[in-house]
Design a protein around this ligand. Structure first.
Ligand code: TYM
Length: 338
């Protein structure tokens, strides 16, 4: 890795939604466009992460291809040699490093991960997989193999980023300088020019984040939703009975979420603050999102699958070379290789 690395992954077990787009994909695409040349940009599909909770395995291949198309439609410059797209399972070093890191990870520290607590909460003991339990370790391997310093993620993944720093430091202090630490969450936000990790809320239940795993999909705006679906979901978004538009995450989570979405899609929340009705705000959000998605979907329909497949093959070859350099260093340090 001759250039500093910016890296992120988006799982392919359901369609991507606007939370994924705003929280992770857009910062990556912006960086690739503005800083490709100065940085190496890795945008990958963590396919091994896809079934930490149960999925329909027959749909995984189609989901992976669809996500790759979404990356291209979002403007990822595939012709830039510093930009790489790849599938995690095509670079076996991810799994190998995970096992090694597992052996230096405590049961206690994995049990404390909020994502694990949230996701396992709805499953019975026998349905909570070990994969769900230790997926932050695989995520750490994803980052450390490429010495990635900048990792744009939504707020829900910040704890895993901190874990990545912890495990890297732990091995570095025991075995010497093996890993480059990703920047702290605070430094990430400075780099990506944000005050905080993004957490777009579910429209129907703004006490929880918008999530791919939501079964009803009622409060989730998928990147493939039609303008009519978008309008319907936004116009029926849950608000409150206060009856005055204000940006208050505690008392008016639904309204604050709508104001955030409006701003992120180019509207001006100040036009609505103080109004006595929520209808005009909802209409403005619905129009801003529907317009954006109409254009995005037109680009999606034009994506060239062959260009994606060619890029994928080239990136996967290169990523295996890069990842194996780090893996060998670690294997030597822990005594697996002479
Ligand atoms: P995943 O696939 O669940 O989500 C992909 C990205 O979208 C962000 N995100 C959100 N951001 C804002 N508001 C929301 N409502 C919202 N929902 C999701 C997530 O924070 C994430 O950045 N473990 C990761 C994937 C992964 C990864 C990695 C990421 C695997 N290895 C290495 C970075 C580096 C995940 O499950 O994301």
């Amino acid at each position: 890795m001759s250039k500093p690395v910016i890296l992120t992954g988006l799982r392919a077990n359901n369609d991507l939604h606007i939370g994924n787009y705003l929280g992770a994909l857009l910062p990556m695409v912006d960086m690739a466009r503005e800083k490709g040349g100065e940085y190496q940009v890795n945008l990958f599909i963590p396919d091994l992460h896809s079934f930490t909770t149960p999925i329909d395995h027959d749909k995984l291949q189609a989901g992976i291809m669809q996500n790759l198309r979404v990356f291209a439609a979002a403007g990822l410059p595939l012709d830039n040699p510093d930009v790489h797209i790849y599938r995690q399972s095509y670079v076996p070093a991810h799994s190998e490093l995970t096992w090694i890191l597992d052996c230096f990870t405590g049961l206690g520290e994995m049990s404390r991960m909020t994502q694990f607590k949230d996701k396992s909460g709805s499953l019975g003991d026998d349905r909570i997989s070990l994969g769900l339990f230790n997926y932050p370790v695989l995520m750490a391997a994803d980052i450390l193999l490429y010495c990635a310093e900048y990792v744009p993620v939504g707020d829900d993944q910040s704890q895993h980023l901190e874990f990545t720093r912890d495990i890297a430091e732990r091995l570095n202090s025991r075995f010497g300088d093996l890993f480059v630490l990703p920047k702290s969450v605070k430094e990430q936000h400075e780099f990506f020019n944000k005050d905080q990790g993004l957490r777009i809320k579910d429209l129907a239940d703004p006490s929880k984040k918008m999530s791919k795993s939501d079964d009803t999909g009622k409060g989730v705006i998928f990147m493939t939703d039609s303008p009519d679906e978008v309008r319907k979901k936004i116009m029926s978004a849950t608000t409150d009975s206060i009856g005055k538009v204000a940006h208050d995450y505690d008392k008016q989570a639904g309204v604050a979420n709508l104001l955030d979405i409006l701003q992120l899609f180019g509207g001006n929340p100040d036009d609505f603050i103080g109004q006595d009705q929520y209808g005009p705000l909802k209409t403005a959000v619905a129009e801003a999102v529907a317009d954006f998605l109409a254009k995005f979907q037109a680009d999606l329909a034009k994506v060239d699958d062959q260009a994606i497949l060619t890029k994928l093959a080239a990136s996967e070859e290169q990523m295996n070379l890069q990842a194996n350099v780090t893996l060998l260093k670690v294997q030597k340090a822990v005594g697996l290789r002479a």
